[in-house]
Design a protein around this ligand. Sequence first.
Ligand SMILES: [Zn+2]
Length: 214
Amino acid sequence: MNVTHHISDAVMAAYATGSLSQAFSLVVATHVSMCDDCRAALEAHEAAGGVVLDGIGETALTGNLRARVMAALDDPAERFDMEAPAIDAFDVYPAPVAQALRGQGPKWKRLGGGVRQCILSADNEGSARLLYIPAGRPVPEHTHGGLELTLVLQGGFSDATGHFGVGDVEQADGDLEHIPTADEGVDCICLAATDAPLRFHGLVPRILQPFFAI
Ligand SMILES: [Zn+2]
């Protein structure tokens, strides 16, 4: 895999310290599962965090904390497992995405123009979704209230900032107005996360917006 667009250092640092939203964390975990460079960058951030922890003086904890933690280790936890097996029939989806799909294929909803989406998570911190863009088609023009991370899982797309292939991440900030267009030949599937609603300019997507929570 020839990844050329990576997770920014600021976003990776936030991920390593656990301060990213669930939606952005899913994109970072998925990219890291596809990209050796970013896996190494993450390990470097985590090592730096470990050094900080080692330098902090010890604080006494209540007596039974250790027993409570050991008991809780047996509870199934909701977290992204990069080693979990991908869904056999859907090998487009790396393990963190397969986990977010809970082992099912995506349930696509139409957005018009052949574009479809499947919402993976949405809360007041943002949302994560899969986008399906037919080969050669544009995604409706939109701007962002906040940050948007888009990771290509199949095919590729281009916009004014460049070309993005499988494994590449586009980081779009607040004011970027762009029209990503899928490559010819293969339908494009992306994982996209935002921390604010996308604002579409076309009339129909704006009408659909309340129904699809986008
Ligand atoms: Zn990377």
